[in-house]
Design a protein around this ligand. Structure first.
Ligand SMILES: Nc1nc2c(ncn2[C@@H]2O[C@H](COP(=O)(O)OP(=O)(O)O)[C@@H](O)[C@H]2O)c(=O)[nH]1
Ligand SMILES: [Mg+2]
Length: 179
């Protein structure tokens, strides 16, 4: 059995926990206080799991360092689009992730529903669109929006891992059916 990981980073309050909660059924959201992580696990097939995880303490990256570099499928950097003061921290986190292992990275320009939220393009341009960095808008309180954002990351890695097609199809099937 192989487990691949999507690691979610981002400043405190950017919406990481909300994103994970919205990504599926409430029962599938796991908060492990002892390991200081929150995660969801998707079964892709008999030999492959996909775990989406974040540190409960935004400033800690030790659980990322426990993952072998080859097992990191990609990163999500969560950003509060309405709180520009936090963006430089998000930029540092992005550099930190990619310094550990270069993997496709999706900047999630969250809180698009808030008045004064910057557009995904503005957030992406400010943080820096390097190669293999993508950006998408999101409202983490809305499951369909979260699923759509997560699919953007899966699309960017699917050419490497064709087995993800089943998971993508499942997410697309439920996409938009619950608001
Ligand atoms: N308006 C709005 N609030 C959000 C959104 N996403 C998260 N929040 C709120 O932002 C706060 C921080 O979110 P949380 O998920 O705890 O952030 P974390 O520290 O990154 O885990 C909570 O009050 C959430 O309800 C969003 O898309 N829109
Ligand atoms: Mg949290």
């Amino acid at each position: 059995m192989t487990t691949l990981y999507v690691y979610v980073a981002g400043p405190e309050g950017s919406g990481k926990t909300t994103f994970l909660q919205s990504l599926g059924q409430p029962s599938g959201f796991i908060s492990d206080a002892a390991r200081a992580i929150e995660y969801r696990q998707f079964i892709v097939d008999e030999t492959l799991d996909l775990q989406v995880l974040t540190s409960i303490d935004s400033s800690r990256f030790d659980c990322l360092l426990e993952i072998a570099q080859r097992d990191i499928l990609g990163y999500i950097v969560m950003v509060d689009s309405a709180d520009q003061e936090t963006w430089s921290m998000a930029r540092i986190m992005l550099a930190h992730l990619r310094g550990y292992s270069l993997a496709p990275t999706l900047i999630v320009a969250n809180k698009q529903d808030l008045l004064g939220a910057a557009t995904p393009e503005q957030v992406g341009a400010w943080i820096g669109m390097e190669s293999m960095v993508y950006v998408t808008g999101c409202q983490a309180t809305k499951p369909s929006s979260v699923r759509n954002a997560f699919l953007q990351l899966l699309f960017s890695v699917r050419h490497e891992i064709e087995r993800l097609d089943a998971l993508i199809a499942e997410l697309e099937r439920t996409f938009g059916s619950e608001e």
